[in-house]
Design a protein around this ligand. Structure first.
Ligand code: SF4
Length: 404
């Protein structure tokens, strides 16, 4: 965290998003990066089409790269490590990054393709060590380029949370597995929504410090983020060399009624560093008033409900990988589900490490390794995350043998 008392955040609106990026970056003081190795870290976590508010818009990343390349002769890298069961290169290609991947002036790296480096976090409340990308020591300057999203598990996913992609492969999942009731009970006194996951993400801030944050709100995601919400075109860019300040401003325009407590990992980070901004009042914005950029987004749901009458989803402390898989399964197979399940005899699905026997119906599909302890109480589908086709195959097999 930069020891600047009043960090600067620039915010721009323009349908020409490359121009919005350029104007936003022009307002910031960026060090001379000549000869340095610079990582562009967009959020490309899923194999989806571009401009849906799920992955970072490639137009924004292209504009950031163009801006830096024109100013500094540096060694540019672009990469990510997506959620499990996603091919990094395929995710980039499908999301519209093929020209950047074929550009000889920037090198694509799959952050998982080198053996990891294990780092200690002695001050971490929950996370005491973490395996990070094997490229960790190669970067001189990290540019976090997240897409502005609501997130059902963390409130919102912005510049800092995008850094989770520096964690090596499946080690990301470990952040979802902590169980520390004493710590959480204590923190809940001042932050009602806090969970172990928020604490573990905040612990990462003792290691991960993006040097520049360019938040892509060209297309943002409201509601059921990180991947099942509605895409909203905002044509907005928020940039700062202080990532927490950028995240605070992104929240101020998208959830003006929220405080940092609604995104507990940000609140915890603001408390970890005395010099960190704690609220809007600690930040200088360019322009001074951000009122014209405010566009309230639908917040993420506090509990997961399924709009289908013939599906019961029980989700207790799952991670977004399993939940996204379930949403895709339901979305892609609605006709099949409607044909075989009714409100009286629904499809029962359970996910998450917090599921207990009392949550289950007699014929529940227990999805994912997190539910293994209850495998004798339902139809267990192994995997972390199990793939959509496997879950569907098992449901079909059970229908065939009349098990439900
Ligand atoms: S089984 Fe599902 S909920 Fe559990 S850690 Fe794996 S992906 Fe997450």
């Amino acid at each position: 965290m930069s020891p600047i008392l009043e960090p600067i955040v620039s915010i721009t609106y323009n349908e020409n998003i490359a121009l919005a990026v350029r104007i936003a970056l022009d307002q910031l003081e960026i060090p001379d990066l000549t000869g340095k190795t610079v990582l562009l870290k967009p959020n490309v976590g899923r194999e989806v089409e571009p401009r849906l508010g799920i992955n970072t818009n490639p137009d924004v990343v292209r504009a950031v790269f163009g801006y830096f390349k024109g100013r500094y002769k540096a060694n540019y890298l672009i990469g990510d490590s997506p959620i499990i069961a996603t091919d990094t290169k395929k995710a980039f290609m499908q999301s519209g990054y093929s020209d950047l991947l074929n550009n000889k002036e920037i090198q694509f790296i799959d952050l998982d393709d080198k053996p990891p480096i294990e780092l200690e976090i002695p001050r971490g409340k929950l996370l005491k060590k973490v395996k990070v990308t094997g490229y960790w020591n190669d970067f001189d300057y990290i540019i976090s380029i997240p897409v502005l999203k609501m997130h059902m598990h963390t409130g919102a996913s912005l510049g800092f949370k995008n850094m989770k992609g520096l964690i090596y492969k499946r080690n990301k999942i470990k952040l979802h597995h902590f169980h520390a009731p004493e710590i959480i009970e204590n923190l809940k006194k001042s932050m009602e929504k806090i969970k172990e996951l928020d604490v573990a993400i905040a612990d990462l801030s003792l290691l991960f410090k993006p040097d520049l944050c360019v938040i892509d709100a060209s297309y943002a995601l409201e509601g059921m983020g990180p991947s099942s919400g509605n895409c909203v075109k905002l044509d907005t860019i928020i940039a700062s060399t202080n990532y927490l300040a950028a995240d605070i401003i992104a929240l101020a325009i998208s959830q003006p009624d929220w405080s940092l407590k609604d995104v507990p990992h940000l609140k915890l980070i603001s408390e970890l560093f005395p010099e960190a901004p704690k609220s809007l009042e600690d930040i200088k914005t360019v322009p001074e008033s951000i009122q014209q950029f405010v566009k309230p987004l639908e917040p993420p749901p506090t509990s997961i409900t399924i709009k289908y009458k013939n599906v019961n989803l029980i989700d207790v402390e799952s991670c977004s990988a399993c939940l996204s898989t379930i949403f895709n399964l339901l979305k892609h197979n609605k006709d099949f589900i409607d044909e075989h399940f009714t409100a009286e005899k629904p499809l029962n699905l359970a996910i998450g490490k917090g599921i207990t026997q009392s949550d289950l119906y007699s014929d529940t599909y227990l999805i994912g390794n997190c539910t293994y302890n209850l495998h004798e109480n339902g139809i267990f589908v192994k995997g972390c995350t199990p793939v959509e086709s496997t879950i569907l195959k098992i449901i079909k097999e059970n229908l065939k043998f009349g098990k439900n």
